[in-house]
Design a protein around this ligand. Structure first.
Ligand SMILES: C[C@@H](N)C(=O)N[C@H](C)C(=O)O
Ligand SMILES: [Zn+2]
Length: 254
């Protein structure tokens, strides 16, 4: 096809570290839009190799302490970001408000820093993720149309997630999601700092508005916003093969 392809610096996280759990939200309807997001053809975490290798380092340390990382979003095509912008402009569509932004007016989501019209995710070195205590408990799928609970409700009352209790769910657009919000204390604050400290040691920086959002520095592509679809087919064959065989040699095909 004529779809853009990823440059060879991009890899599937699974090929670099298959132990990191993946619960990709934007290919599903369990996200703040309530629909499948443009550009996510497969439930796949794609990142730059540098960011993926750094996550593997952090994961080794977390596994040793009885936890695993779980990613919710990784590389995000520009067309997905454009979909978010169109969704935000349609003020009639508030179907997921009761879970994801109960206390924030939909018109404020970009200005308040919760969603970006030019996102670091499109540069490939940014990831949304959490920690899960091992052994990981099973989760259940979201059923479209099910009653929604506020993402800042106590953990036993909000949508079930096997994540450590971070005080809110993922993509909870609310000041309670600010990583160092002073109302989040005790075990919840400790869990946020466990995630943040472990990722900072591996080279990531946290976004202060969202406890789950981290960017690896230095970025491989600090100024490029990619638009290839999230799909195995977007990755160059060499990225697939060489990552899968521990970096061994197969000539790169374009
Ligand atoms: C939408 C949310 N998961 C996120 O990633 N927000 C930041 C600000 C972004 O869009 O880059
Ligand atoms: Zn993010």
């Amino acid at each position: 096809g004529t779809e853009p392809k990823a440059p060879p610096e991009f890899v599937a996280l699974r090929d670099v570290d298959p132990t990191i759990r993946q619960e990709m939200r934007y290919p599903t309807r369990h996200n703040f839009t309530g629909g499948r997001v443009d550009g996510y053809r497969q439930p796949l975490c794609i990142l730059t190799r540098d960011a993926a290798n750094a996550l593997r380092r952090a994961q080794r340390s977390f596994l040793g302490r009885g936890y695993t990382l779980k990613v919710y979003d990784c590389y995000r095509p520009q067309r997905a970001v454009d979909h978010f912008v169109r969704w935000a402009e349609d003020l009639r569509d508030q179907r997921m408000k009761a879970e994801f932004y109960p206390r924030v007016d939909k018109t404020r989501l970009f200005d308040d820093g919760y969603i970006a019209a030019r996102s670091g995710h499109s540069r490939g070195s940014t990831v949304d993720l959490t920690l899960v205590r091992l052994p990981a408990l099973p989760t259940r799928p979201y059923i479209p149309g099910e009653p929604l609970k506020p993402c800042y409700a106590p953990q036993r009352d909000r949508f079930p997630d096997n994540s450590l209790d971070m005080g809110t769910g993922f993509d909870c657009f609310d000041t309670l999601s600010h990583t160092l919000d002073p109302r989040v204390t005790g075990e919840q604050r400790g869990n946020r700092l466990l995630l943040k400290d472990g990722l900072e040691k591996a080279g990531f920086r946290n976004l202060p508005e969202e406890w789950w959002h981290f960017t690896y520095r230095p970025e491989t592509f600090p100024g490029t916003y990619f638009d290839f679809p999230v799909s195995r087919r977007s990755l160059s064959r060499s990225a697939v093969i060489s990552a899968g065989s521990g970096g061994s040699s197969i000539a790169r095909t374009p």
